[in-house]
Design a protein around this ligand. Structure first.
Ligand code: SAM
Length: 282
């Protein structure tokens, strides 16, 4: 018995389906079902929610999400070798797990999901960051998801929750904190995974705010944040020079000294700057 359901232990699932981990797919599996249930619990109450899971692999987190009561799970997995193991989970939870084989960066999952929707994933680092940025920058707000519960390298998790003045503060922190509450919920040592990666990981939970924390045009805000942090050691009057001929005046009107560096500027001040820039360009 595996503890959270009647399916075999994950080590046996991996052996019987020949799921040797592939580096090219960022495969570091979670085999402890108590741990995957604990991660699923960080997503909050899932009983009336559809959950989108990216990269289920052999299904440890999937089983956690289902055992914790998710109404339905839609799982997108690139590695076809994992499909038989996932089919066994689907059979154990009739009508509650749908698996799509493919690249999560290329699939629009929305047609398969009914709100309210939560997203949960233990993904390779590069795919995870790219998806997070997409989920944080949709065309309309509020987004299709209510919460994101995502495993990242500890260093990336710290960039998401970082405060001004810290080294980790940058584009990810501003994008995440502008329209969501972001918290690190759990830290995991490398040994929690099979095979063990080189660095520690952390689970970040983000809840979408109904409205942005401070008003600003998303494209203008994203533009200045990208430009400011592309040259994070430069003074803002230099890094933002290309944004507007009167950038020094616009910075001052937003309450920011033109000699300030991006790292020191709060989210509120970046939003004031975005508003000032929109007005100056109008
Ligand atoms: N969720 C499982 C767990 O916690 O044990 C597996 C996690 S493993 C870190 C990442 C998973 O994402 C692998 O199963 C891998 O095949 C899958 N994956 C990698 N890139 C993907 C992509 N672009 N789209 C969908 N799945 C992907």
């Amino acid at each position: 018995m595996s503890g959270i359901d009647d399916l075999p232990p994950l080590s046996r699932v991996i052996a019987s389906h020949g799921l040797t981990a592939r580096k090219s797919l960022g495969q570091n599996f979670l085999l402890d079902l108590n741990l995957t249930a604990k991660i699923a619990r960080q997503a909050g109450n899932l009983t009336n929610m559809d959950v989108l899971e990216i990269g289920p692999g052999p299904g440890g987190l999937t089983r956690g999400l289902l055992a914790e009561g998710a109404r339905r799970v839609l799982a997108i997995e690139k590695d076809s070798r994992c499909l038989p193991a996932l089919a066994e989970i689907s059979a154990a939870y009739p009508g509650r797990l749908t698996v799509i084989e493919g690249d999560a960066l290329k699939i629009d999952p929305l047609e398969h999901l009914t709100p309210p929707i939560a997203i949960a994933a233990n993904l390779p680092y590069n795919v995870g960051t790219e998806l997070l940025v997409r989920w944080l920058t949709p065309k309309d707000w509020p987004p299709f998801w209510q919460s994101l519960t995502l495993m990242f390298q500890r260093e990336v998790a710290e960039r998401i929750v970082a405060a001004p003045g810290s080294k980790a503060y940058g584009r990810l922190a501003l994008l995440a904190q502008w329209r969501a509450d972001a918290r690190i919920m759990l830290s995991l040592p490398p040994e929690a995974f099979t095979p063990a990666p080189k660095v520690s990981s952390a689970v970040v939970h983000l809840t979408a705010l109904p409205e942005p924390r401070f008003p600003a045009d998303p494209k203008v805000l994203e533009g200045i944040v990208a430009a400011a942090f592309n040259q994070r050691r430069k003074m803002l009057r230099g890094s933002l020079k290309g944004q507007h001929p009167d950038i020094e005046e616009i910075l001052k009107s937003a309450g920011i000294a033109p000699t300030e560096r991006a790292e020191q500027v709060s989210l509120e001040a970046f939003c004031a700057l975005a508003r000032g820039l929109s007005a100056a360009r109008a």
